[in-house]
Design a protein around this ligand. Structure first.
Ligand code: SF4
Length: 226
């Protein structure tokens, strides 16, 4: 870990058992897939290399749907609504890394993307726990660019500018603003209201949904029927 007081860089340990890792992969413990996971878990622990950067930032000003963070203005109704009570946030960029691919041990493994998605989830939980343990900051509510049409992926350019030096953990943006490698994410962490992006997402039948759609909240924030 490298800490320059405002910006902290993590190499995140994969000190996690197959039992803990299975739900991140959406694998049930009484399944054949779990037996496969138990077999491969030592390789995931050995070669998995998730990384993250977190950085404190100030919410300078909110005006209608504009939110200025560390001097950079974002236009988004949901960001303005969620940060209206907040003066300080953590920004983060998190990645599963490419440790599994580079090891060569997972060549042709159809579950490679599943394992990397689970490593990303593990890494995200790790930094949220770190914010709580070290700073007493509840960063479990997160806004990430690209999660809603109101907060499109191109906002990653400005977010990465504020965080700075993201190449230190091996991530970059393509021309559209998507993060490479694929199993990576960027967030504004704010205290409090248990917000989850799925609660405002209109992909009603998404199999990855982690929170029910909240129609009343959608209408309150966007002023329109979903
Ligand atoms: S419902 Fe699905 S598509 Fe929508 S934000 Fe959640 S995971 Fe993403």
């Amino acid at each position: 870990m490298n800490n320059d007081s405002e910006r902290i860089v993590f190499n995140i340990p994969v000190d996690i058992s197959a039992e803990e890792f299975a739900p991140y992969c959406r694998i049930k413990k009484d399944s054949a897939a779990f037996e496969m996971l138990e077999d491969v878990m030592p390789l995931i622990q050995k070669h998995g290399a998730p990384k993250a950067i977190i950085k404190w930032a100030s919410v300078d000003r909110i005006n209608d749907d504009e939110t200025t963070i560390d001097g950079i203005t974002f236009t988004s109704k949901v960001v303005a609504d969620k940060l209206k009570e907040t003066q300080r946030v953590f920004l983060s960029v998190v990645t599963a890394g490419e440790g599994l691919e580079r090891s060569g041990e997972f060549d042709g493994d159809p579950f490679l993307d599943t394992y990397n998605g689970a490593l990303l989830f593990h890494a995200s939980r790790y930094i949220v726990r770190y914010m709580k343990d070290v700073f007493g900051f509840d960063g479990s509510s997160m806004l990430n660019p690209g999660s809603l049409p109101d907060w499109p992926i191109k906002n990653n350019f400005a977010l990465f500018d504020i965080i700075g030096g993201v190449d230190e953990i091996g991530v970059s943006l393509n021309d559209a603003g998507y993060i490479k490698p694929w199993n990576s994410g960027s967030h504004i962490h704010f205290p409090g209201d248990g917000y989850h992006k799925c609660s405002l997402c209109r992909k009603y039948d998404c199999i990855g949904r982690r929170a029910p759609f909240n129609r009343e909240e959608y209408i309150r924030i966007f002023g329109t029927e979903p």
